[in-house]
Design a protein around this ligand. Structure first.
Ligand SMILES: Nc1ncnc2c1ncn2[C@@H]1O[C@H](COP(=O)(O)OP(=O)(O)OP(=O)(O)O)[C@@H](O)[C@H]1O
Ligand SMILES: [Mg+2]
Length: 599
């Protein structure tokens, strides 16, 4: 139960719903009891008067009495109907308050979790898989909702019904009451056990279903590879195996599931049987009336559902508690290691890497091995080097996606961690190596989080950024232009088109510092030189870090770093590095001759 304490702040927030819910539960139960009493009165009346009626046989008055009799019984029937209607009305309001409350809590909890997700560091996302994160916010939250709504509602119902009815019963006859109540605890306990088994098997089905879904999903996204390799039959075989598992588990659930209702009916039937038997004996002894038996049968029927619910509620609470525990694990997870200081971002002179060392995991391989370099404000620094030499890692560290393991990154002599993270990132735009576009319009992918309220001329800025990234004419060629949907819902773009949209996304933010990680790798040399000539205006007055494999993209930079295995092997301007006749010069010659061969 302990993990569920996390919810108490929500219960406090929505306590009005809770109180009204309690009032409605009590009222609906009260109006459930009245019909039972009406039935007893009617029964006893019939019994008392039937003798009198027989005595009057042959008299005129017998006819008259019969009419009055029928009239009174009709009145009772209407009364019972009205009571039940009122009870139904209150039950409606009970759900309207308690179930509505649980929906509010569900909404708040989902928002809380999603907000938390956004603040967690990248390291967290490497540790946890996507399916798990999804399950927390969907499945686990809905289990918690079952607790905060239905479970609480049925518990309130159980308590008020039990108190009211058992009190009524005891006031009639104590011994008879005890007899009648005997089967009910068995009902609760057995429902609880059956339910636990049902839950365990449903979980197994659920996990098999998600395995099946993942498999199908992957086969859709990888359909081109599957067809190209002609492995459809093998895929089908694997699918059948997964599907078979699913079937087996579903069947095993069906076996227990079908036990649930018969078991409930058996125990309810048993209660009724005992009521009639023990009641009959008591009537013979004269300790209760016939009407009491009828009344008790209704009571027993009213009690069975809450007692069934007790077993059910217990397992809901257990599951909710386990789910909330998993949610809490995430909610108490340490937030980004570098939410940083409070200083607003300021940049006047230079960015300095001071003996920066870095490993992705605590005892992992050192990826950067003591980097020292300075990037002056307004200048362009280029990094070139073989794959895996640590170029992207430099960009990740500068964007503060990770923190350095040793050494420091300084801006005007101030450690970057001292700046408030949001202010820091506002001044920086990063084009990552692996392009990511959302299933949305091209316009929204470029504007990305900027709204027309903040920036009135957003349309012009997006078009301008797209022009700079040499993708404007491609976009306007689409029938729907900037409104074209991309991704799952829309068209597919080529690798180079995606890269240029991703570049436009960075340019539209008009950043002070621009980080470009291999952002032209998928465009042809003609487009590349077009973009590079646009860059001359883009880079003006900006501080730029550009990463590339191609000499053509870096040769205009004020300073070029040639990286090898996490260290800087060579550094200088293009002319200086050429004069050095080292690795850079060799790379230049190689790429030049390749370009020459391609003509
Ligand atoms: N998220 C990560 N977790 C663990 N190791 C990583 C991670 N990203 C990169 N690495 C490792 O760090 C090293 C440097 O990677 P990095 O991405 O910086 O290389 P790169 O120079 O950008 O290469 P490329 O030119 O192929 O983009 C590689 O050996 C890589 O395996
Ligand atoms: Mg890289």
């Amino acid at each position: 139960m302990k993990p569920l304490r996390h919810l108490s702040k929500y219960f406090r927030k929505y306590q009005a719903y809770l109180w009204w819910g309690f009032v409605f539960v009590t009222l609906s139960n009260l109006f459930g009891i009245f019909p039972a009493q009406a039935v007893r009165v009617a029964f006893d009346m019939v019994q008392d008067n039937i003798l009198l009626y027989k005595c009057l046989s042959g008299f005129m008055i017998q006819e008259e009495m019969y009419d009055i009799f029928v009239g009174v019984l009709f009145f009772f029937a209407v009364l019972i109907l009205v009571f039940n209607l009122i009870k139904g009305g209150f039950m409606y309001f009970m759900r309207q308050t308690l179930v509505v409350m649980s929906r509010h809590i569900e909404f708040d909890l989902k928002n809380e979790i999603f907000t938390k997700y956004q603040t967690l560091p990248l390291a967290f996302y490497r540790r946890n898989n996507t399916g798990d994160l999804m399950a927390r916010i969907s499945e686990d939250v809905s289990r918690v909702r079952m607790y905060s709504g239905p479970a609480i509602m049925y518990t309130m119902n159980l308590i008020t019904t039990a108190i009211l009815i058992i009190w009524m019963m005891l006031s009639v006859n104590v011994v008879f009451t005890l007899y009648v109540l005997i089967p009910l605890p068995f009902l609760s306990v057995s429902i609880y056990y059956v339910n636990s088994i049902i839950n365990k098997r449903s979980d197994a089905i659920q996990s098999q279903l998600s395995a099946l879904t993942t498999y199908v999903q992957e086969s859709f996204s990888g359909i081109r590879v599957i067809k190209a390799y002609g492995v459809e039959q093998a895929m089908l075989r694997d699918f059948e195996a997964e599907s078979e598992q699913y079937k087996q588990r579903s069947m095993s659930l069906a076996k227990v599931d079908s036990l649930f209702f018969p078991l409930m009916m058996l125990l309810i039937g048993l209660s009724t049987l005992i009521t009639v038997y023990a009641g009959g004996m008591a009537v013979i002894k004269g300790s209760i009336s016939m009407g009491n038996i009828a009344e008790f049968i209704i009571y027993v029927n009213m009690l069975t559902w809450p007692f069934t619910a007790l077993g059910w509620v217990t397992s809901i609470v257990q599951r909710a508690s386990a789910s909330q525990k998993r949610i809490n694990e995430f909610l108490t997870e340490e937030e980004s290691t570098d939410t940083g200081g409070k200083k607003p971002f300021e940049f006047h002179r230079e960015i300095t890497f001071n003996g920066v060392k870095f490993a992705y995991t605590a005892n992992g391989r050192t990826v950067l091995n003591g980097l020292d370099f300075t990037l002056k404000k307004g200048q362009t620094l280029a990094i070139i080097g073989s794959t895996g030499s640590g170029k992207s890692t430099v960009a990740s560290l500068l964007t503060r996606l990770y923190s350095v393991s040793d050494g420091a990154i300084l801006i005007d002599g101030e450690n970057i961690d001292a700046f408030a993270l949001d202010s820091y990132r506002q001044h920086m735009a990063f084009v990552p190596q692996d392009v990511f576009l959302f299933s949305d319009t091209i316009f929204n992918n470029i504007a990305f989080g900027l709204s027309s309220e903040e920036i009135p001329d957003i349309e012009e800025r997006v078009t301008e950024a797209a022009r700079m990234a040499a993708v404007h004419s491609t976009i306007t060629d689409f029938p729907e232009g900037y409104k074209t949907e991309i991704g799952e819902r829309g068209i597919s773009l080529s690798g180079g088109q995606k890269q240029r949209i991703s570049l436009a996304r960075a340019l539209v933010r008009n950043p002070e510092i621009l980080l470009l990680d291999d952002c032209l790798s998928a465009v042809d040399t003609v487009t590349e030189s077009q973009i590079l000539s646009n860059f001359k205006t883009v880079f003006e007055g900006r501080t730029v870090l550009i990463i590339s494999h191609r000499v053509s993209a870096v040769q205009g930079a004020d300073q070029i770093l040639m990286m090898e295995d996490g260290t800087i092997a060579e550094r200088g301007t293009h002319a200086e590095l050429m004069a050095l006749k080292g690795a850079y010069a060799a790379l230049y010659q190689k790429q030049l001759s390749e370009a020459y061969r391609q003509g």
